[in-house]
Design a protein around this ligand. Structure first.
Ligand SMILES: NC(=O)C1=CN([C@@H]2O[C@H](COP(=O)(O)OP(=O)(O)OC[C@H]3O[C@@H](n4cnc5c(N)ncnc54)[C@H](O)[C@@H]3O)[C@@H](O)[C@H]2O)C=CC1
Ligand SMILES: O=C(OP(=O)(O)O)[C@H](O)COP(=O)(O)O
Length: 337
């Protein structure tokens, strides 16, 4: 049983905690929060031992009747691996503390790639993190790209990838983010940071990415063109996508003709928090002409990295190979819509 600590019980951290606790071969040692807010209360209600990220604020938790089991150092002492889900850039500041407690670390895509010896996407490069002491799960957009590009490269050979990433402005609770009424080239540079990030897990892929941020909170939407080395039919590509558990083909007949409809479906079918762990690829928009493949995919930014974090824990622990880990994770979570 691998004991996992979650440092930073926010958008990603709370989802990773629930996903880890659903695994038969892992247990949650504890979770940490800086502020004694509703998320801290819900962590305790979920049965997690809660640790204070800021030792100076322990009393505030007590004043709000939220029991804490100690500080982050105490949490780390009780586990084998920590998943760092603190805000972008904060993870790096914990490096020394993690080393002092001799725990292996899974960082997130908001950290610079140099935070770990390699980055991680379970479908692209699981083996590189086997029994490593640290790894970094690439960002939600990059995870979405890597999951789709890897099987295409294996089946047909990828000459180049061109992706326009239509990015959600912020997560639903990020009321201070925007735009409210604008369409923003973001970043105003080509390629966007996603292309180099993709190459941290698929170093040989020729990729160009551009980013555009829009007033939406639900999902990112990717418009992707891939030049292939061969010329499969659209139907063959659909079958190839369909064989991948973390790629979901969405048919027009299902009525899921927008990101909002996909999210509604996830909520209606009882997904926790309405999470969509899979890349959602619209089947009817998969087109191939002279070896140029075009498709759209929707990426739920709060959810797609969650199964990847679980696999990253298993890779560091060395308790399963890539295929077995993905299957175990997917089975425990119920991946596949
Ligand atoms: N939200 C998203 O859509 C995605 C985020 N990521 C990445 O995941 C990481 C976490 O992002 P979110 O979950 O969105 O952030 P968040 O702000 O929702 O959650 C961060 C949590 O860490 C806690 N925290 C703050 N400072 C801390 C400290 N010094 N020590 C311990 N805990 C602390 C906060 O109280 C909060 O609970 C970032 O690297 C981000 O780039 C990756 C994919 C998608
Ligand atoms: O979309 C995301 O990252 P990415 O666009 O850098 O891949 C993550 O959801 C976090 O994004 P943010 O940095 O806009 O909060």
């Amino acid at each position: 049983m691998t004991g996992v600590s979650i440092n930073g019980f926010g958008t990603i951290g709370k989802r990773v905690a629930d996903a880890v606790s659903a695994q038969p071969d892992m247990s949650v040692v504890g979770v940490s929060k800086r502020s004694p807010n509703h998320e801290a209360r819900s962590a305790v209600a979920s049965g997690y031992d809660l640790y204070a990220a800021d030792p100076d604020r322990v009393e505030e938790f007590g004043e709000r009747d939220i029991p804490v089991a100690g500080t982050v150092g105490d949490m780390l002492a009780g586990g084998d691996i920590v998943v760092d889900t603190t805000p972008s850039g904060v993870g790096e500041t914990y490096r020394d503390l993690y080393a002092d407690h001799d725990v292996d670390v899974v960082y997130q895509g908001g950290e610079d790639a140099s935070v770990a010896p390699q980055s991680f996407c379970a479908r692209a490069n699981y083996q590189r993190s086997l029994e490593a002491s640290a790894t970094r799960v690439v960002s939600c957009n990059t995870t979405g790209l890597a999951r789709a590009v890897t099987p295409l490269d294996e089946a047909y050979g990828v000459e180049s990838v061109d992706a326009t990433l239509i990015r959600r402005g912020g997560d639903p609770t990020q009321t201070d983010r925007g735009p409210i009424n604008d369409i923003v080239p973001d970043p105003v540079e080509v390629p966007s940071h996603h292309a180099p990030d993709l190459r941290t897990v698929l170093p040989d892929i020729d990729v160009t990415t551009t980013g555009v941020t829009v007033p939406a909170t639900l999902m990112h939407l990717h418009s992707i063109t891939v030049s292939l080395d061969s010329d499969p039919t659209a139907s063959e590509v659909r079958d190839r996508f369909d064989a991948e558990p973390r790629l979901e083909l969405i048919t027009t007949a299902s009525g899921c003709d927008s990101c909002a409809e996909i999210q509604e479906y996830a909520q209606d079918t009882g997904r926790p928090r309405g999470d969509v762990w899979e890349n959602c690829i619209w089947a009817d928009a998969v087109d191939v002409s002279d070896g140029r493949l075009t498709f759209f995919q929707a990426i739920h930014q709060q959810a797609d990295v969650v199964p990847e974090n679980v696999d990253a824990v298993r890779a560091l622990a060395g308790t399963a190979d890539a295929r077995e880990s993905r299957a175990r994770t997917d089975d425990a979570l119920g991946v596949g819509m």
